[in-house]
Write a protein that binds this ligand. Structure first.
Ligand code: TRP
Ligand code: SF4
Length: 403
């Protein structure tokens, strides 16, 4: 186990609305695959979130749930390192969503920028539904129920994580003041032992009196690393450190995925809605065909016309897939008409085919053994469910539902 394992818990989800493509791979999955070796990771299929926009085509979701899990596993998500599950199979997410809805001001939801943006973008669909307005709150429940410390997301999802932090803060503010809190916190400090207990006091004072953020971080690590504390004591100490009540729901940080340069076959961002994708399970023939028919610099009408890579989407793919020597060859060959476009595209075809080959081999294994996929998910749901149930016990107790 890595040292920071006890500290970071990562939760992220993806909506099952279509085949995964190279845009998902380069933008999201590569990042997940890396994270699974560094932290405790929970990755789930957000099927309820998909229903908020696809309520009239449930067949899309049904088809894509399992396909998406296969794509993840094929891409390299390893169930030995990451917990993989389906949102709707852990119904506690819905219970937390309902309970959080009691304390979430309507204005907070109406102000989330994706709300109006998506309604405008998907104007063909009636998205003035209760479920769609609640989309970010359902996402908050997904995150808070696991006490995630970090949520890896793209730029567009940052407001949802910020929103989640506000909901957590409001929840803790309303329900974090248990009877006898001060005494319980003092007892928990004793459990740290005298040396660490003294340090805790010092760090707490440094933060509360001088606003020393480093002291706050040091205090948080001190608590996280003290293995024998109960969850309740941990939360008391975390809350007490900051001068508030008990922290029941943890405020997560967002973790922006490294910017992905993945562009589609037409030079726009790769996206299903632009019909410019290369799917992870695209056949070699189709990859060839798609790359060969990609538009190039329109100035190169004949083979002998020189071109400018900056006006060509193929060049953007070279920037993702080719090393410096090949990039040099392209720049020179294009501007001098020394190479033809078909020639220029070959290294891209080779690179994509090579990238996809191991994924496709793994995918076959899972397609042929659907029970294997089901058992990965069943195990993931069980693990996730266990944690979710623990949090719900605390949430119910805090909200007066402990009977
Ligand atoms: N809204 C996210 C998206 O569209 C998907 C999602 C649902 C999610 N629940 C989440 C992402 C929780 C991170 C954490 O990409
Ligand atoms: Fe594009 Fe390459 Fe053709 Fe130049 S040679 S226009 S970079 S495909």
């Amino acid at each position: 186990m890595k040292k920071n394992m006890a500290i970071e818990r990562i939760v992220s989800g993806m909506r099952p609305t279509g085949n995964l493509h190279l845009g998902h791979y380069n933008g999201v999955l590569k990042n997940w695959i890396q994270l699974q070796h560094e932290s405790e990771c929970f990755f789930f299929v957000a099927d309820w979130h998909a229903l908020t926009t696809h309520y009239d085509s449930p067949e899309v979701i049904e088809q894509n749930v399992w396909e998406m899990v296969i794509d993840w596993l094929a891409a390299g998500i390893d169930p030995a390192h990451a917990t993989v599950f389906i949102q709707s199979k852990v119904p506690e997410h819905a219970e937390l969503h309902t309970l959080l809805s009691m304390i979430t001001p309507l204005g907070w939801l109406e102000r989330v920028p994706t709300y109006k943006d998506q309604q405008e973008k998907l104007s063909a669909k009636d998205l003035s539904t209760y479920g769609f307005l609640g989309y970010p709150l359902l996402q908050s429940a997904d995150i808070l129920i696991y006490k995630a410390t970090q949520v890896p997301v793209g730029e567009d999802q940052v407001p949802h994580v910020e929103f989640t932090r506000e909901v957590a803060r409001r929840f803790n503010h309303l329900y974090g003041k248990e009877p006898g809190y001060e005494e319980k916190a003092q007892l928990a400090i004793k459990k740290l032992g005298s040396k660490k207990g003294k340090l805790y006091h010092e760090l707490k004072d440094a933060y509360q009196e001088e606003g020393d953020d480093q002291a706050l971080e040091a205090g948080q690590s001190l608590i996280e690393e003290h293995q024998s504390l109960s969850i309740g004591d941990k939360e008391r100490l975390l809350g007490y450190l900051e001068g508030g009540g008990k922290i029941i729901l943890l405020e997560p940080e967002y973790k922006l995925a490294p910017a992905s340069k993945m562009i589609g076959l037409d030079g726009q961002k790769m996206s299903k809605s632009y019909n410019n994708t290369v799917a992870l399970r695209e056949s070699v023939e189709d990859v060839q065909k798609k790359i060969k028919t990609m538009p190039t610099d329109p100035a190169r009408v004949r083979r002998t016309d020189p071109g400018d890579p900056n006006k060509c989407p193929v060049w953007q793919l070279h920037q993702v897939y080719s090393k410096d020597d090949v990039q040099d060859w392209v720049r020179k060959g294009c501007s001098s008409a020394g190479i033809g476009c078909i020639e220029c595209k070959q290294p891209i075809i080779d690179a994509i085919t090579k990238e996809l080959k191991p994924m496709q081999e793994r995918a076959i294994h899972y397609v042929e053994n659907p029970d294997l996929v089901k058992s990965v998910v069943a195990e993931g749901c069980e693990k996730a469910g266990k944690l979710a149930r623990e949090t719900m016990r605390e949430v119910r107790e805090a909200m007066g539902l402990d009977f």
